[in-house]
Ligand binder design. Structure first.
Ligand code: G6P
Length: 367
């Protein structure tokens, strides 16, 4: 099934549609409604082990790195443990300080990406503890880690990652929940997140139903040579992933920026020819986000805003894509889904081979 599956659709498309089922598999048997927590047997760590970590360091490449950034902010929010993500390719070349009370997390769909694998080996050589968030069972990274969380997304063939990315996010939510519940996260908050996680598959389904509207916007975007993707805090890695996906399969230039940094550079490039895709969830930053987007609107920059139905965009000239709202911490994954369809339909519109983007490999296994 190298080019498309039996239905004749590109693999990326069928993988996008499989996401509700993939997410259900990632969650299966791992949620505890009574105690509002997650059970991750593969971690092989008890509450005392989990409490002992004072920092979390996440390593991955490409989309796995961007979702690692989403995971880091969830871990900080829910478990109040300092967490950050770094490209595995950079980490392993800078003689990193390996600390015994840091939990290292390697994220990889294939489990074969050489930079991530060698980062894991370097950490273990120095006595650090690494867990894997991996899709392919028995892969090199899965074997090299001390334990981990299998994603159960199902095989992902298309170069542009979709269902692996959403299930990585869900894997991070489970980890953040379990780390949070052995610390200060209350049982009520734990249950709130368990319920939120259970709602995700149906909400992804809802987004997929708005495909025609997203495809219509994608056709307009495909005509632009260059564009920005912007978001703040939880929305920033979403913007980065959206720009990455668009670049990979349309060969258009797409640059991600924190919305708050627009005035420190990118505004100079805004014109009617340079559209911006903005991530504006209903959260504590909505008003600031909308204010920043007025600066783009005032310069004639076309706007596409991925947002929640309850967000009032006032008199902004923009095309909006609404996604259903979940718990604030879990919203990033839902905001990511329309960006997959946006890139996919832009690529199809341009007549490109969606599943086989030029110059890219599904997994990079040689240095
Ligand atoms: C390649 C792919 C990306 C992917 C990255 C990491 O660069 O083109 O789509 O995100 O590798 O792959 P992994 O299998 O480690 O998640």
């Amino acid at each position: 099934f190298e080019h498309g599956d039996v239905s004749g659709e590109p693999r990326m498309y069928t993988e996008i549609l499989e996401q509700p089922a993939s997410v259900e598999r990632t969650l299966r048997g791992r949620l505890d409604e009574r105690f509002g927590t997650a059970h991750l047997g593969g971690l092989d760590m008890d509450a005392r082990d989990l409490r002992a970590f004072r920092r979390v360091k996440i390593l991955g490449c490409g989309s796995a790195y961007y979702v690692g950034q989403m995971g880091a902010s969830m871990i900080e929010e829910l478990a109040r443990v300092p967490a950050d993500a770094e490209p595995a390719s950079e980490f392993r070349y800078r003689n990193p300080i390996i600390e015994p009370d840091t939990l290292y997390v390697a994220v990889s769909q294939s489990g074969e990406t050489v930079d991530t694998l060698l980062a894991v080996e370097e950490i273990r050589r120095k006595g650090g503890r690494v867990i894997g968030l991996v899709n392919v069972v028995g892969s090199a990274i899965a074997r090299a880690c001390d334990g981990g969380i299998y994603l159960h997304a199902g095989p992902e063939i298309a170069v542009a990652s979709t269902k692996a990315l959403t299930t990585m996010f869900v894997g991070f939510s489970l980890l953040a929940l379990q780390l949070g519940r052995v610390r200060d996260l209350s049982v009520a908050d734990g249950r709130r997140l368990v319920n939120g996680l259970q709602r995700l598959p149906a909400q992804i389904e809802e987004i997929l139903k708005t495909e025609d509207h997203i495809a219509d916007i994608a056709r307009d975007l495909a005509d632009a040579e260059s564009m920005f993707f912007v978001g703040r805090v939880r929305g920033y890695p979403v913007a980065r992933e959206g720009a990455q996906k668009l670049k990979e399969i349309t060969y258009r230039h797409a640059e991600a920026y924190p919305t708050s940094e627009l005035k420190h550079g990118p505004l100079a490039l805004i014109s009617p020819k340079v559209p911006t895709v903005a991530i504006v969830p209903a959260d504590e930053l909505t008003d600031r986000n909308v204010a920043a987007l007025h600066e783009i609107d005032a310069r004639g920059g076309p706007l596409v805003i991925v947002t929640h139905p309850e967000v009032d965009l006032g008199d902004l000239h923009a095309r909006r894509i609404d996604v259903p709202r979940n718990e604030t911490e879990l919203d990033p994954v839902l905001l990511t889904v329309p960006l997959q369809l946006l890139a996919y339909h832009a690529s199809v519109h341009l007549g490109l081979d969606v599943d086989k983007p030029r110059n890219l490999a599904k997994s990079v296994t040689v240095e």
